[in-house]
Design a protein around this ligand. Structure first.
Ligand code: GLU
Length: 287
């Protein structure tokens, strides 16, 4: 079973109602970026136009943007070359739902900064990459329903005087990643801190390890993956935002959005979502 200490709860309990799991987790801290859970499509394709769902079906493969440097969610295995994690397994399971085979999938690396441009350029069909549903992003992409809930937190070297976000003040060097919600969130909480932005999470974590900053901030779920990579670091304080993850598709691709939501519902009812959750999140270190 999942640890009760985990501060990110699994997913929309109202949608998935995962009996026995959601009830053991606590809701993340009261951030302001949580939109309504179900995202209504705002635009539709003109009748007769080819949709991305049509393209996926005719090419027989879905191209998914995922993280390659985020342990627990999307991490490229340096030996086997395979990319692995919670987001990867969710994407494969959706390929099975949509195309009947989880191997009918191609992964492409995205970062927090490149993911929406790559979707817009049609380099990828969808993003499954620790992406928070926000009001701002809902203007740019279509989101699925929430499939995971995280909250922003802080990673520090063990023994650090920083124990929570209240200790992040003028003179504190905070490391974060470009294009992530974490940057604006920490600026709002700690306007006088110095923020250093990196292109991806491994660069930010390397900088923390090299002593270039006092703390690294992003979703607790991602920070727990870093803690697994180096036990000299720990997550401190309670999460200070809500980060509900959604799968993003190009604006107007409401047929694909419906297929993804349908697939997510099936994963829940079949028990596969719970298995994937347990595999990646259930064994992560508790606080
Ligand atoms: N969930 C946050 C976001 O979407 C942080 C993780 C990330 O950078 O992907 O920005």
């Amino acid at each position: 079973m999942m640890s009760k200490k985990w501060n990110f709860m699994l997913m929309l309990t109202t949608i998935f109602a995962l009996a026995g799991c959601a009830s053991t987790t606590s809701v993340t801290g009261g951030g302001s970026n949580t939109p309504a859970a179900s995202v209504a499509p705002s635009t539709t394709k003109p009748a007769g136009g080819t949709t991305v769902l049509d393209e996926i079906k005719s090419r027989g493969k879905v191209v998914v943007g995922v993280k390659y440097d985020t342990k627990l969610f999307g991490l490229k295995n340096p030996t086997g070359g395979e990319v692995e994690g919670f987001d990867i397994d969710i994407a494969k399971a959706l390929a099975k739902e949509i195309l009947g085979d989880e191997k009918k999938i191609e992964f492409k690396e995205v970062t927090s900064k490149t993911r929406i441009p790559m979707l817009d350029n049609k380099e990828i069909d969808m993003i499954v990459a620790t992406m928070t549903i926000t009001e701002e992003r809902m203007k740019q992409v279509e989101f699925s329903q929430v499939y995971f809930k995280a909250g922003q937190s802080l990673l520090v070297k063990k023994g650090s005087p920083i124990k929570s976000v209240a200790d992040v003040k003028k003179g504190t060097k905070v490391l974060a990643v470009k294009g992530a919600t974490s940057v604006a969130n920490i600026k709002a909480k700690s306007p006088d801190a110095t923020i250093l932005e990196f292109d991806n999470y491994q660069d930010a974590f390397s900088a923390l390890k090299a002593g270039q900053g006092d703390t690294l901030t992003t979703d607790n779920a991602i920070l727990y993956g870093m803690m697994e990579q180096d036990k000299n670091f720990e997550v401190v304080g309670e999460p200070f935002t809500d980060e509900p993850y959604g799968i993003a598709m190009k604006k107007g691709e409401t047929a694909l959005q419906a297929a993804v939501n349908e697939g997510l519902k099936k994963l829940e009812s079949s028990g596969q979502y719970a298995k994937i959750y347990e595999k990646w999140i259930g064994k992560a270190p508790s606080k």
